[in-house]
Write a protein that binds this ligand. Structure first.
Ligand code: SF4
Length: 402
């Protein structure tokens, strides 16, 4: 069986898709890089916003058009949220919700087998995305993810460390720890400071040159976790979802933080690691967000000097409390606010990058583009390109930021 896999959405989906590829290969399937060459196509879908759901649906149509003979399997969040609609799409043979995702390969192939080894680039990515946590116990009023992925649960500690060690032996130069609520890692295992313990253990017990955290909710970051950044192998990036820079909006969103606490956290992180890239997510046009709230949000985002911003216009999701809130913001206003917030994000990213121009920073080279340039990331998430006659793939070498 020839299998083509594709992933939409978050880094947890990326990690899970690579795990599926390992299991398909372990079951004797050939994992192919083009949908046209596949008998079976697996789409690990996303439903975090209405747009993401649309994208999942459109992508299935496109994949069917590209490869009409292939049977389609739709896996993950959109398969969970919109199973009935997914079943009507041409070519769709399997609908596998999150609850059954771990058994997806067995459901599709009928074979239960140990996974094949990971190798850099073998399933698409050079960096190794390691899923250590799933689900969420919080109650942010806009969020459908917790409804689709269920309560927070963690990969057992020893198993997570062992998986990291295996990835290093298989050639990983950078491991990215992922989860829906990564900062909650270990709570269900009875561990205090579980994520900090896991970071410390991986850094001590493996030789991984770089370890990165995908995203940590602000209320899960404390002194113990921040202290891990004294180790230079922990990449100088902290993705802290803000969602709004207005306290009134944060409260309606059910976020367990306010702007004063968030600013104090950013200051504490920069006190330990002055050049750390603080990156974030922001939602604009949440119900009841006034012009004054939005102005406060812009002002707070600017003051936090984020290194990168992901901006989402608010999207109504069935089953979430936010859809019952009064004060819906018109779609045109949401789009206009998103454009203004993105423009600010670009300006802040350029300002952050400017601080490093001329510096030599270690870069993990991940691909060579058509023009012959090697492209990679610094540990503080700057994109860098260089020309070299040597094969730099999956090496960490110094390069000048331009
Ligand atoms: S912390 Fe909030 S936004 Fe994040 S997954 Fe949980 S409920 Fe959703």
């Amino acid at each position: 069986m020839q299998v083509y896999l594709e992933s939409l959405g978050c880094r947890l989906n990326t990690a899970e898709t690579e795990t599926l590829a390992q299991h398909f290969a372990g079951a004797g399937c050939e994992v192919v890089t083009a949908p046209e060459a596949a008998d079976v196509i697996v789409l690990n879908s996303c439903a975090v916003t209405a747009q993401a759901s649309r994208k999942s649906r459109h992508r299935l149509h496109t994949l069917h058009r590209l490869s009409p003979q292939a049977r389609l399997a739709v896996v993950g969040c959109w398969a969970t949220a919109d199973a009935a609609l997914a079943a009507t799409l041409p070519g769709v043979m399997w609908i596998i919700p999150n609850a059954d995702k771990a058994r997806a390969v067995e459901i599709i192939t009928g074979i239960e087998a140990a996974p094949a080894a990971w190798a850099p680039g073998r399933w698409g990515h050079t960096r190794a995305f390691l899923a250590v946590q799933d689900g969420c116990d919080h109650a942010c009023t806009y969020c459908i993810t917790r409804l689709l992925r269920g309560p927070a649960r963690s990969r057992p500690f020893d198993d997570a460390v062992r998986a990291a060690r295996d990835l290093v032996e298989q050639g990983a130069q950078e491991i990215v720890l992922t989860g829906v609520s990564l900062g909650a890692y270990g709570h269900d295992l009875g561990l205090d400071h579980g994520l900090a313990m896991l970071v410390e253990a991986i850094l001590q017990m493996t030789a991984v040159p770089r370890l990165r955290l995908s995203s940590v909710e602000p209320w899960d970051v404390d002194e113990v976790l921040l202290r891990q950044w004294v180790n230079p192998r922990l990449c100088r990036q902290l993705h802290l979802p803000l969602q709004s820079g207005s306290d009134a909006v944060l409260k309606r969103m059910g976020r367990r933080t306010n702007t004063a606490q968030f600013a104090a956290l950013v200051a504490a992180a920069r006190a330990i690691s002055p050049d750390i890239a603080i990156t974030t997510d922001v939602i604009v046009g949440f119900p009841g967000e006034t012009e004054a709230d939005f102005a406060a949000s812009l002002d707070f985002v600017a003051r936090m000097a984020f290194a990168r911003l992901h901006v989402f216009p608010y999207s109504e999701r069935a089953g979430t409390p936010a859809i019952r809130l009064p004060g819906a913001v018109p779609a045109a206003t949401r789009a206009a606010r998103a454009a203004r917030m993105r423009a600010l994000g670009e300006q802040l990213a350029a300002e952050y990058r400017r601080r490093f121009i001329g510096q030599m920073l270690p870069v993990l080279w991940e691909q060579q583009d058509e023009g012959g340039y090697w492209r990679g990331l610094t540990d503080n998430y700057l994109e860098v390109a260089t020309q070299s006659e040597h094969n730099l793939y999956n090496q960490i070498t110094p390069a000048q930021v331009l």
